[in-house]
Design a protein around this ligand. Sequence first.
Ligand code: G4P
Length: 544
Amino acid sequence: MNLCVCTGRQRGVGVGNFADEINKRRTFAIISHPDAGKTTLTEKFLLYGGAINLAGSVKGKATARHAVSDWMQIEKERGISVTSSVLQFEYGGFCINILDTPGHQDFSEDTYRTLMAADSAVMVIDASKGVEAQTRKLFKVCVMRHIPIFTFINKMDRDANDTFTLLDEIEKELGIATCPINWPIGSGKGFKGVYERESKCVITYSDTEKGTKEGHATRIPIAQDALLTEQIGEDYKAQLLDEIELLDGASAEYDLELIQAGELTPVFFGSALTNFGVEIFLQHFLKMTTTPLPRKSDIGLIDPVEHDFSAFVFKIQANMNKAHRDRVAFMRICSGRFDAGAEVKHVQGGKVMRLSQPQQIMADERKILDEAYAGDIIGVFDPGIFSIGDTICMPKEQFEYEGIPTFAPEHFARVRQIDTMKRKQFVKGITQIAQEGAIQIFQEFNTGMEEIIVGVVGVLQFDVLKYRLENEYNVEIKLENLPYEHIRWIENSDIDLDKLTGTSDMKKIKDLKGNPLLLFVNQWSVGMTAERNEGLVLSEFGRS
Ligand code: G4P
């Protein structure tokens, strides 16, 4: 599939409407549990943006996933997506950046980090499954950042759970209030459409629009009783009227401030596959979501419009394309306009430089950019100088963006190189891969042993590590899985680790900076250890 993308940038935009360019940007990530319909929804968004011509070009998720991030051999072999990509398109006067995250269960820390570059998140939930494990984890990161979260309850063309139960589950499991913007009428074979609360209209469902852009759904004002009965039937109408009454009495009121503070999630219902409710969602979403947000730095908040160009690195990807054999640093532009020819400062490296080959990276296509704006993501060639969380700003300036936290890995393995003569390559390789943020590496705590323990968020990263060490560093490794699933950073700097009373399954380790950490087999042990050691503060997020 060839994604042809229309962007404001390629047309060249003058300095005069620079603030307009930033204000029309909407940068968001889509989060979901695998198979909830993230890829399908993304495809439909792109269709509305005119970025791809769906008819006949996209058959299924396999095609789509490969099209957007067919980067590593391992992806091809497994038929899944390991890396993330960025999609940009224009719709209704907005310039939309979708940060795509790996959809497979074996997601990585990159998935979390991508959320650090987004200004809002769209949470896709399968109507017959409700809140699932991966949604919960990603949701936590959104909450930590207080970014707005929009919920799309998908697959209404299949039998769905009770709507009130679904909302209740979101509220209880995720701890966020819900505000339905529309309300489904039936589901599965009996799916009749949605009732839009603001306009008090029923939008009728038809699955004949599958794959096409223009919907033929009819809008019927709820007051048009006879027409409504004709379209959805007496029983569904009666049920709808009852539910509307209940809903108006029970659900949280629409409050844009709370939505933008990430405390209230607007909820929409639809069917991405049959293309129902997607454009309605997009239109409401764009009205409610935010322009690029100011970002915290050590000199205070940096305003996207008021401030000159600045960005931070949120992802580093090596070997995205065998033909290029390179390392690319992905940056989220936080303020101002990026001008490809201009000198910038890499704050952590203390160097003034020109960013090499700035590009927009989509699928296997790379477009060299002349300019980009706050809200956009650019990829630049990285000769090995950038680290995740680094700040780039104008040469005359000096500030650092707040670091990106390290997210708790859930799988651990002891790793050894098979050929002991290759220790140097092994250490170099594993350290470089860890710098990219694909894996985290630890060492035994004060045992004098030199063995390395690797922690990953998704087990696939073990395969990626093995594959890359063999292919890029010519080092074969052996991984011995460890039983731990929980890691905690110790927040107290004054804690005496030797005196710590833990559970029998607890293991002390340290990161490369020497910070102590604790590994546990189960959640119970985490709680027990916290209880047994008064004042001990354990955290799920580390500092990079
Ligand atoms: P993901 O990215 O969240 O992992 O999900 P994806 O979009 O790949 O969708 C997972 C499966 O669910 C796909 O079916 C897709 O067609 C289906 N699906 C997505 N949205 C809807 C919907 O609104 N209604 C129904 N009925 N199905 C939906 P598949 O058979 O696994 O893949 P494919 O062969 O269709 O590509």
